[in-house]
Design a protein around this ligand. Sequence first.
Ligand SMILES: [Fe+2]
Ligand SMILES: [Fe+2]
Length: 531
Amino acid sequence: MPSPPVYLRPDVAAEPLVCRWTAYEKMVAPHLLAMVVKSQMDLLASYIRFPAQHLKARLDPALVGGPWVDYPTDRSKEAEALRRDMAARCAPQLELAASVKALDDMLRTEAVGGSLGPLYARVPDALRGYVELVYDLSHQPSIRFLEGLLYVSRFYDRSLQSLSLWRLTGDRRPFVWTTPVFDDPHRVTAPLAFDDPSVDAVLGAASCPLPAGELAERLGIGNDRRGALDALVTTDPPVMRSARPEAGVRVRYFGHACVLVETRDVAILVDPFLGYDLPSEVPRYTYLDLPERIDVVLITHAHSDHLELETLLRLRHKIGRVLVPRASGRSLQDPSLRRVLQAVGFPRVAEVGELEAVEVPGGRIVAIPFLGEHCDLDIQSKCAWRVELLGRSVMLAADSANVEPRMYHQVRRLLGDVDILFLGMECDGAPLSWEYGKLGLRPLARELDRSRTVSGSNYAEAKAMLEALEPGRFYVYAMGAEPWLQHVLVLPQNTVSPRMHDPRRLIAEYRARSTEAEQLYGRKEIALDAR
Ligand SMILES: [Fe+2]
Ligand SMILES: [Fe+2]
């Protein structure tokens, strides 16, 4: 008898894993993954030795976001088994990480201005053929990684990847950077690489049903796990709430930095990050509110709350193409986002350089320079997006820090007025070592490290941006406030922080001058007539 068609329940999360760790943006490019795996091994070693300290630290608000395994019970025995498994399966990645460190150390001592030619013979074996040694004009040496070759080397191993499905009971999830995924009777973990076409069929079953037997087969699930899989599916079709706008431009805020800009002819989704359909006090748009087809996805930058692999894979079956800011693609801190997304199964990804435009039906999309927010590292893979449709313009600035207001005056002179500005003001961000430490950062004095943060615009910077652009209205967004992204984003729980009061002050000032302004939370719909 044929098995009945089933849908994935709207509260089922499908986490992409690499070696039992939830994959985030630094866990795809082979050289970055190597450094992350090394840091995960170190973290597991600490947890195995001091599980009680981890249990205590995870509950201390002052230590939130620190290197603590985020489980409420002692799982150190499973951590031990995982560490043994990783030592065997991730041996090439660990060799690569050690080789990068050794080469970097060698360059610091040996590359002091003379020819780099003789040093090639001393490049660690694992890196031979995958790097060029270079200086900048100040004679500072660095490693140029040949990414195209690394992705087709033994260091990119799709068999480390899997997809783990489970039913959420609430928005609270463990902090993924520091918490591996251990076995759980309610989870179905399938040995699927991220680029496997079955991922589209399985996750597409949220709206296009699959025979139950085919779903199990695509997930590689035997009869012994069918009970767990049955709990993740339903025969009830979901109620889609996704009619396209009849006229004009409709803008919907899906939480944090995720914004859908739509006309009758085109749907553009920025920084996809969806909450799930769960009983909650926070109203939200979800998967069910998305159109059948998303023509273009825009990524502003490669931080976990903006380039989120779980949502991207969940939507891949309905995404036409992805536009990303052009990276240098040569260093550990600035890998090519195009290659990252192609590796996880997006066939149509294009890089857009600063002030370059891409045509879409009824308008165009322009990449705007994005300054700051990356701890003053030389990172090019970041841009704000200006979406021009039906004579209207919406600018999504994400975490752009307005460190140089003159830039926006020049942008306005070049591109004209903005109807709506979405502006991030997450202005007390984490220090350099928190965001980039695992990539082999050299130690820096604490006060210097603390002075270089992952912070968006503060009151003065945001105000200067508004004075330059004079948007018709503005919305403060990307504040990390919604409960469904706390597992990738740790923010200080301090009510007197500038992140809390700077937006309020700015919004009050502009409202007093009759400018529409609001800090967004949960969801919001904005309609614009065609001009
Ligand atoms: Fe960011
Ligand atoms: Fe952000």
